[in-house]
Design a protein around this ligand. Structure first.
Ligand code: SAH
Length: 684
């Protein structure tokens, strides 16, 4: 969940950058360096403010080299493709040009900065009006917008030196060839509806034509009397020039193992691939998608039943998860009185999906001996105050003198109880010396006195001692976390994931089948924690995470599973601390892994990546693409900036699990847990 905040911070900086500067940078990075050489075209691209042709809420994405949705289900073309087409049209300052498909008006604006006169035709009245207004506002008065069917051309202004068509038709419209001058160029995408389009340049030579194929592209349909019938129109397609659009999706489709339903999904293949690896990390692309939780539960049950996994560790607070642990292992709940999972975001663990899994664990454990019961743990760092109370509570029971000392030391943190972040600020600004010595003191005392306080004859199995040391570790690391937060998000992110990984290691040792033999553990955390950070933007920023640390330590022994979705609804808040909402997810970005998976047309599937059957799949997917991360906060208004990052999927995960459509998790209301025993973790 913190990643999202963090990405958000970075974006604010990007936002503030001067748009002109970003435009120039895009032209160099995405256009000039990728083969467009015509100086006239590059100059025009550097002049035209693309943000003026976008709906206001999209303006911030103007200088991403990507198509974007506009009104009427249409798209504004990718800048690179606008440049490629303008170059192919071979224009100079004397050219008379016809464009078909004005859309936003951006393409016409670019053409008008090169040619003498530009006419552009648009079949949607609203778009035509809007484009005309934008061009006029910019003073581009050599660009004229006409509302109508462009497949018939514009006989009254013909002939043209060049005609550029920005929508894909089934064939080259005859009328357009006839409206070219001798030697004139028609640049047009042609092909079966949206798949398999090719960009053609057709040159008129006498009564003949010479055709050149400029490569595969993907455009919205050209709808008109010499184009597609209106009924065939699809609104969600977006131009995907340059790369072979259908290639990778076809590869994924061929390699994917479709899933019928969560309950009946055939898991044999996945379990074989997991083999004997002792650490399986199951991610999620949002904290509020029911399908992710339910399939993780199903996989975890299989791992427990058939592969000897004995612990589940999740991205939750330690003391809260300890309540679940007590319930599932049929032990009395210990520790101070508090209401578990009452901290924002409450729905992340207090939900029906988790409850069903927890109840399964409770029943499963009832049938096995106490030592083989599967345990449940929280890995996170955010429970400074409940962990502090748990340590004191434990010491009160075993050594009142040590408890008094711990109470005194921990008292140092009391003034900031309601807002630990202000503690960090006080220390960083020098107005307060801090509590580092105190919190570390409690932890080291506990560890030093292991022989007196830990497991041993007369002191039981040491569960309570283990719990107390874990809580003392949380307090010590959380104290540091709130302090270094002020030195930047990278340091605090790394500390948090380091803490989670150390906790995982401690759990493995504690829960192992014999002394020195670590347990097999299933981990549930967000993709941003379990996917190897070195394969994403995070790595480039110097961030690590649990998945990356696990790979470093266990090599192939850590099996990392990512999850993804295209659209649907997610349970998330709009702001930190805000209420849970059911928010529609925007369809995935055209340049994302998610879109690629969506394009397979398979609603749910498993995709094996570590030893993919076909090398091409790994090669094709390794090329970085966008990937979406929704945390407990979802901000669709700024989705590209707030939720997408670059990643290389096959390096990030060993397996990827796809659900095309997300449905929101079901938060638990009071009546749904009424009547359960007092020890029940979700009691109210
Ligand atoms: N050049 C545009 C790209 C717009 S997408 C830009 O840079 O924004 C293609 C546009 O072609 C859509 O707006 C669509 O409505 C329009 N279009 C499709 N068929 C058409 C036709 N027969 N005549 C005119 N416009 C058409």
């Amino acid at each position: 969940m913190q990643l999202i905040e963090h990405l958000y911070d970075l974006d604010m900086k990007a936002f503030a950058e001067d748009l002109g500067e970003r435009r120039r940078r895009m032209v160099e990075r995405d256009i000039a360096s990728r083969g467009v050489a015509d100086e006239r075209v590059l100059k025009a691209m550097r002049i035209v403010p693309r943000e003026r042709f976008l709906p206001a809420e999209m303006a911030e994405f103007a200088y991403e080299d990507t198509p974007l949705p506009i009104e009427e289900g249409q798209t504004i073309s990718q800048p690179m493709i606008v440049a490629v087409m303008a170059e192919a049209a071979g224009l100079d300052e004397r050219s008379q040009v016809l464009e078909i498909g004005a859309g936003s008006g951006y393409g016409a604006a670019v053409l008008s900065r090169i040619a003498a006169e530009v006419w552009t035709i648009e079949r949607h009245a609203l778009l035509a009006d809007q484009a005309a207004r934008r061009l006029a506002d910019l003073g581009y008065d050599n660009a004229h917008v006409i509302h109508g069917d462009g497949t018939l051309g514009l006989p009254e202004q013909a002939p043209f030196d060049a005609i550029v068509v920005t929508a894909g038709g089934p064939s080259v419209p005859e009328a357009l060839i006839e409206q070219l001058v001798e030697g004139g160029r028609l640049v047009i995408p042609v092909g079966p509806e949206t798949r398999g389009q090719r960009l053609l340049r057709v040159r008129r030579v006498g009564d003949d034509t010479v055709e050149e194929d400029l490569g595969p592209v993907r455009f919205v349909p050209l709808v008109g009397s010499q184009g597609w019938q209106p009924s065939g129109e699809r609104t969600l397609v977006v131009p995907r020039p340059r790369s072979m659009p259908s290639g990778p999706a076809t590869l994924v489709r061929e390699e994917a193992q479709p899933m019928s339903s969560i309950e009946d999904a055939e898991l044999g293949g996945l379990l074989d691939r997991i083999g004997d690896h002792p650490v399986v990390m199951l991610g999620e692309a949002s904290h509020g998608t029911s399908e992710f939780y339910r399939l993780r539960a199903r996989i975890t049950r299989e791992l427990i039943l058939h592969k000897g996994f004995t612990a589940v560790a999740v991205e939750a607070d330690h003391p809260d998860a300890a309540r679940i642990d007590a319930w599932v292992r049929h032990r009395p709940a210990s520790g101070p009185d508090f209401e578990p999972f009452s901290r924002f975001p409450t729905w992340m663990w207090r939900n029906r999906e988790v409850r069903d899994f927890v109840d399964w664990l409770h029943l499963h454990n009832a049938d096995v001996g106490a030592e083989r019961r599967v345990s449940f743990h929280g890995l996170d760092i955010y429970s400074l105050y409940t962990s502090r109370a748990a340590v004191i509570d434990y010491l009160d029971g075993v050594d009142p003198e040590a408890a008094a000392l711990a109470r005194h030391r921990y008292g140092c943190l009391s003034p900031w109880q309601h807002d630990p972040a202000t503690y960090g600020r006080a220390v960083v600004t020098g107005s307060f010396i801090g509590c580092e010595d105190e919190v570390v003191g409690v932890l080291t005392d506990l560890l030093r006195r292991r022989l007196e306080l830990g497991p041993g004859p007369g002191r039981g199995s040491g569960e309570e001692y283990f719990d107390a040391t874990q809580n003392a570790l949380v307090v010590a690391n959380a104290e540091r976390y709130y302090r270094i937060m002020y030195h930047g998000s990278r340091a605090s992110w790394n500390l948090r994931d380091q803490h989670m990984f150390e906790t995982l290691k401690a759990i493995r040792l504690r829960r192992g089948p014999a002394a020195g033999v670590p347990a097999k553990v299933v981990v549930w955390e967000h993709n941003s924690h379990v996917g190897d950070a070195s394969a994403t933007e995070m790595g480039a920023r110097g961030e690590h995470n649990v998945g990356m640390l696990a790979r470093r330590e266990y090599g192939e022994g850590a099996f990392l599973v990512g999850f993804g979705t295209h659209d649907g609804v997610v349970a998330a808040a709009s702001d930190w601390g805000g209420p849970m909402e059911r928010k529609p997810i925007r369809p995935s970005h055209p340049d994302s892994y998610e879109r690629l998976c969506h394009d397979t047309g398979i609603p749910a599937f498993f995709l094996h990546l570590r030893h993919a059957h076909r090398e091409e799949l790994r090669d094709e997917l390794s090329r970085p693409r966008l990937e979406r991360a929704i945390g407990v906060i979802y901000r669709p208004e700024t989705e590209l900036q707030s939720h997408y990052f670059q990643a290389s999927l096959p390096r990030q995960f060993d397996e990827y699990i796809w659900f095309d459509r997300s449905s929101p998790i079901h938060p638990l209301a009071a009546h749904e847990v009424a009547g359960v025993p007092d020890t029940y973790p979700f009691g109210l």
